[in-house]
Design a binder for this molecule. Sequence first.
Ligand SMILES: [Zn+2]
Length: 131
Amino acid sequence: MKVCKGHLKVKTSIVLFASKTNSSERGLIFLDPELGNYTSTTHPSFKIEKGAKYIYTCPICHSQLNSAKYNHLVRIIMVDDAGKQYDIYFSEIGGEKCTFKIRGSKIEKQGPDTKKYDKYFEVPEEDRKYL
Ligand SMILES: [Zn+2]
C-alpha cells in the first residue's frame, strides 16, 4: 500500500480530505496536531457526524489514509520540529476520541476511545516491521 509522505500540516493544522461512506458528503477537515486535542474544523457545509464512518485521503496525492491493517483507524505520518517521524493513528468514526502516536516501539496514546483499539498495538516487537 502506498504511504503518503505529503506535508499535510498547514500552519497549526493538519489538513485532510474526508468523505462520508455511503454519502456524497465530503470536504476538507483541519485537525489539531496536538496529541489529545480533538478540535477539528470543517467548512460549515460539511459536518462530521458522530458515529459515521469517513474515508480520509491526502488532499495532495489522494492516497487513502484509512489503515488497511487496522480496521477503523486512519494513519498519517507526522514529523516533529526535530525531524523525527511518527505514525499517528486516529479513528475514522466521527466523534471517537483516540490517538496513537508511534515511533519504533514507543507508543503514546490519548483519548477515552483508545481502549477499543489497544489490541492492535499489543504485538510482539518482531512483528512491528510489518505494521
Ligand atoms: Zn499525500
